[in-house]
Every structure is written in structure tokens, then in C-alpha cells.
Design a protein around this ligand. Sequence first.
Ligand code: SF4
Length: 171
Amino acid sequence: MKQPIDLEPNCTACAALCCVVFAFDRSESFAIDKAAGEVCPNLDAHQQCKIFSRREHLGFKGCITYTCYGAGQRVSQDVFGGTGWDDDPTLKERMGAALSVLRRIHEQLVLLRSAERLPLDDRERKLHEEIGKILVPETKWSEASLSEFPIDSVTNKVSTFLRSLRHHVTG
Ligand code: SF4
């Protein structure tokens, strides 16, 4: 039987992608400016956050509120076969592009998983299944399949579907 997709971050299987590939601006959430692809100065040589338990106190609460919904470990392991970005400077950008799409895919899966708990009728369950198949294809994700994936239109499809389920919660 196919294993359900893990939608919880597993930082031990991820190449610290969120600490590298994304940009952040100095603000209430981040104490510094960081460009996309720049390694956060708080990341140590073993890809561990040196200030992990003090992030909020030191002005990095944005790192605490961010979640990749489990996409980080999949990009690191499934799409890039466990290769670290430090092995090849071009990888940061490529891994960032893959993570941007796969994170949105995982976010839609989280929403679909919540919808699963509603008393869906046959038509709704069928639609739920159809959208799920689009988000979880039979073949493994690759850089190419992620870059070609119509994430905006699939996100719209999920939103429309969820809106159509409102009657289950409003009565
Ligand atoms: S502060 Fe820590 S968790 Fe946040 S981006 Fe930097 S290394 Fe990563």
C-alpha cells in the first residue's frame, strides 16, 4: 500500500533549505536581511541552527512560524537524492525553485487532509480523490515535473473545492 505523504517537517532529513534558499527582510520577524541563496549566518557547518532555542529572543521568530509542510525533506532526498547545496553552488537556486513549488503542493495536501474529516458525499469524495491524484502523482517528483506543474491552477481548484464544502461546516 502506498505510504501517505509526510506533511510534517523533518529537519534531520533536509539540507536546511529554509535557512538558505529563501530571502528575508529585516523586520519584526527577522533580525537581519538575507538574500535568496545566501546561507543564514546562524547556520553552523553541520547545517544546524546555532541559535535554535533562542530564535524568538534574538529576533528570528519568522523561522519559528514558517513551515515547509514536509516539502524540505522531499526536495532534499527525493528530488536531489540527498545531495547537499554545498557540493554545487548552482544547487541552491535549483533547490529553492523546487521547494517553492513542492511546498505549495504540500500546503494543498494539508487542506485536502482536513477536508477528509468532513462527511463528504460520493461526488465530493470523488472530486477529493481526483485532486489528490493530481497532487500526488504516481511518479516521483523531479525538477522538471515540479517546474512544469500548474501550481496556480491546481491551487485554485483546491480553493473552489473547499468553498463547495462550506455547507458541511455552516449547516
Ligand atoms: S536563524 Fe536559524 S532557523 Fe532561522 S534561518 Fe537562520 S539558521 Fe535557519
